[in-house]
Design a protein around this ligand. Structure first.
Ligand SMILES: *[C@@H]1O[C@H](CO)[C@@H](O)[C@H](O)[C@H]1NC(C)=O
Ligand SMILES: *[C@@H]1O[C@H](CO)[C@@H](O)[C@H](O)[C@H]1NC(C)=O
Ligand SMILES: *[C@@H]1O[C@H](CO)[C@@H](O)[C@H](O)[C@H]1NC(C)=O
Ligand SMILES: *[C@@H]1O[C@H](CO)[C@@H](O)[C@H](O)[C@H]1NC(C)=O
Length: 308
């Protein structure tokens, strides 16, 4: 009996020493060490890549926010100050070294969810394809990130479907999800979830969520993010649109969360949206957010809500 107890104690110590990974079960994220739910309190952490120009040789010079250990470490105290537990990064340089930044984030209890595409290599809305080049790009990022216990997941696409005129690109993204899940499993990596980040189009958001979450486990998305810009200025759960969205997504069988959010038109942001997202009205349906702030030109532009 004593022996069993000591063995259990040893096992518990060994587990405690490991950084707890996070996995998807049903429509929620959970810590694998103790089964507690993991609720995202995230920041989108990258200089905006959408306006970057592709040069004639199709290279794009974006800044990989996890490759520069110095700026990464500079920003971590700010992340901690607002109780952040996950960062979203939009484009990584698969050839760069990320060890130092990822370790520093892990030491701060911060996870990372990474887009697999880059500004010059992604599934294109009006001319979709799923090619060997894309496959190679996506798997390179997975090879880089799968080694870290604090990698939370991957996006196989961001706002690829934008409205009902281009839903024909959805199967290409879903093929990417399927192939990346297989790649992760064939490579013997931990079961890191792969999902999609959608825009908030009224005609496609629910159908698209249903499309990504249907099918067998090996082909469906593991989670669905929605980039949400409905709450502007002073608003409320019911008037903002959050109530309707929460009802629409209430039966989704995979985790749903705000993969970006805020408001594009009204400044300054008052952050009432955060209070709503973390209230009982929403926590049953959503798994949190990744977009409380956006890193703009440099981290001096981070603005904070100190309420959380
Ligand atoms: C489960 O583990 C996580 C990560 O270490 C921790 O934040 C959380 O508080 C734990 N939950 C319980 C109920 O101990
Ligand atoms: C995209 O740009 C990167 C530089 O940022 C370059 O290394 C890569 O070859 C480019 N990829 C394609 C498909 O052009
Ligand atoms: C649909 O999306 C495409 C690409 O984002 C855009 O060019 C087009 O104007 C949109 N159509 C409608 C009806 O909004
Ligand atoms: C969710 O499921 C319940 C029970 O099956 C059903 O009554 C409800 O209409 C569904 N809601 C949506 C938005 O599909």
């Amino acid at each position: 009996m004593l022996l069993i107890k000591s063995l259990l104690a040893l096992a518990a110590t060994a587990l405690a020493a490991d950084f707890p990974t996070v996995e998807v079960v049903g429509n929620k994220f959970f810590y694998t060490n103790n089964g507690s739910q993991f609720y995202m309190r995230g920041i989108a952490y990258q200089q905006d890549t959408s306006s970057l120009e592709t040069t004639s040789d199709s290279t794009v010079h974006f800044v990989d926010p996890l490759a520069d250990a110095e700026s990464c470490k500079r920003d971590i105290p700010y992340f901690q100050e607002v109780n952040t537990n996950v960062l979203r990064v939009y484009a990584l340089d698969a050839d760069a070294n990320h060890d130092e930044c990822m370790q520093a984030l892990q030491d701060a209890g911060i996870y990372v969810i990474a887009d697999l595409s880059a500004p010059n290599i992604s599934i294109i809305t009006d001319s979709p394809s799923w090619t060997i080049d894309l496959y190679n790009r996506y798997t390179q990022v997975i090879d880089v990130m799968a080694q870290y216990d604090n990698t939370l997941g991957f996006f196989a696409g961001n706002e690829v479907i934008t409205n009902s005129s281009n839903t024909d690109c959805a199967p290409f993204v879903k093929a990417a999800v399927r192939d990346m899940k297989k790649y992760i499993s064939d490579s013997g990596y931990r079961n890191i979830p792969v999902g999609y980040s959608a825009n908030d189009d009224g005609k496609t958001r629910v159908a698209s969520a249903d499309y990504f979450c249907c099918g067998d486990l090996d082909e469906r998305a593991d989670f669905y993010g929605i980039n949400m810009y409905e709450w502007c200025g002073k608003s409320s759960f019911s008037t903002s649109g959050y109530k309707d969205r929460t009802e629409e997504f209430s039966n989704l069988t995979i985790p749903a969360f705000f993969s970006e959010y805020g408001c594009n038109v009204v400044q300054p942001r008052e952050f009432g949206d955060i209070e709503a997202l973390y209230s009982d009205d929403m926590t049953d349906v959503w798994s949190g957010d990744l977009g409380r702030f956006r890193k703009l030109e440099d981290s001096n532009c981070l603005s904070f809500s100190k309420d959380r």
